[in-house]
Design a protein around this ligand. Structure first.
Ligand SMILES: Cc1ncc(COP(=O)(O)O)c(C=O)c1O
Length: 387
């Protein structure tokens, strides 16, 4: 099992033990920066605890929360009832349950590279093989590449939109292409929309808009837009129109029963998050857009680095001209850490085929911190080029 985003921290601890301070740009947790859980969501959790809602809940999740989830995802076009929703301890647990149910030994799971690391880790853990496919420069899936990589062993395709680590967002046409491809090759579609509310330039289109009766399993959660990362709450939705998903609809809840239930007070808070005021999201997106624009401009002004403008989430994924100065992206990231104290994540941790030669930066910190980080990266690149 690998998780580059946190695996890198052991290097940071060594650096800190020398009495030096780190600028953390490695973990996508907005609550660690100046985005705080809204007061009404905190209050809902406190009230639940005070009202002695401290016992187990139904394994599938609180009926009221499942209802609120149906409302949210139906508005995005998904055909579901409460029976098709399962509340999990974060998208991470939901993803593990789905992979445990879908992946057989030797089955191949396709995912666009670069990808969020747990997707490949869980596929491998359950005996399958992750297969990365290519995206065009404009972010659209490369259908020719996908066709060349699908085999009789392929049984699922994953989409993360907006994507971690690139911030790429699949548009209507790309989503339709993926659905058609999956239908043609009889693949499950696992789609992660945890960043659905964090998009900057265009309105977000969810995959459900084009899914119809395709075997779509949708993952989403409360860690990002609702700023509840440490409380661990997410969910799985199973497209009710798909017959291919009938077994899964019976089997995934069995995994939920084995782990008993999700956290009760947190589920109350999540219900209030979906039903209550949403204005903090607009404010968050506005702040993030400014930070994105600043970081992209600075990075593209540094010789040896180049990055695309992310359309959503809160990551940039610059390409590094290694030019023989660094062996690979991991060496670059460690050298950057040890020289400047800026902690990022090596791109190969997001898949070696398309992630190598890049690094990922989280642009959640306040602008003055980002400015300091960018200054340090700029000086670092300059020192290296002038050697
Ligand atoms: C694409 C994606 N999915 C899932 C997660 C984890 O979500 P959760 O906190 O709900 O487990 C992350 C966290 O960074 C993510 O980027």
């Amino acid at each position: 099992m690998e998780y580059a985003i946190r695996d890198i921290i052991s290097h940071a601890r060594r650096y800190e033990s020398r009495g030096k301070q780190i600028i953390y740009l490695n973990i996508g947790d907005p609550v660690k920066y100046d985005f705080k859980t809204p007061a009404h969501i905190k209050q809902a959790l406190i009230d639940a605890v005070r009202n002695d809602e401290n016992c187990y809940t139904e394994s599938e999740g609180l009926p009221e929360l499942r209802k609120a989830i149906v409302q949210k995802e139906s508005q995005k076009g998904l055909s579901i009832t409460e029976e098709d929703v399962l509340v999990t301890n974060g998208v991470s647990e939901g993803l593990e349950m789905v992979m445990a149910s879908v992946v057989n030994p030797n089955s191949e799971v396709m995912m666009p590279g670069p990808y969020y690391p747990p997707y490949s880790s869980y596929v491998k853990f359950y005996g399958g093989k992750p297969v990365e496919f290519k995206l065009h420069e404009d972010g659209r899936p490369d259908m020719e590449d996908m066709e060349s990589k699908v085999t009789p062993r392929s049984n699922a395709i994953c989409i993360i939109s907006p994507n971690n680590p690139t911030g790429e967002v699949f548009d209507h046409k790309s989503l339709k292409q993926v659905i058609d491809f999956a239908n043609e090759h009889d693949l499950y579609i696992i789609c992660d929309e945890i960043y659905d509310k964090i998009v900057f330039d265009e309105e977000f289109t969810g995959i459900a808009k084009v899914a119809k009766d395709a075997p779509l399993i949708l993952l989403n959660g409360f860690s990002k837009a609702y700023l509840m990362s440490g409380w661990r709450c997410g969910y799985i939705c199973i497209n009710s129109s798909s017959n291919k998903l009938n077994d899964l609809r019976d089997n995934v809840p069995k995994l939920a029963r084995v782990r008993i239930s999700s956290n009760f007070p947190v589920q109350r808070a999540a219900t209030h998050a979906l039903r209550g005021p949403q204005d903090h999201i607009e404010e968050m997106v506005r702040k993030l857009r400014r930070r994105r624009d600043y970081v992209v401009k600075r990075l593209n002004g540094i010789e040896g680095l180049s990055c695309k403008v992310p359309k959503g989430a809160f990551y940039v994924f610059p390409k590094i001209s290694l030019d023989g100065r660094w062996k690979d992206d991991l060496q670059y990231v460690l050298d950057l850490l040890n020289t400047t104290g800026v902690l990022s994540v090596h791109g190969s941790g997001f898949g070696t085929t398309y992630g190598s030669g890049h690094f990922r930066i989280v642009y959640l910190p306040a602008e003055e911190v980002l400015e300091q980080a960018m200054d340090r990266i700029e000086r670092f690149m300059y020192q290296k080029t002038s050697k």
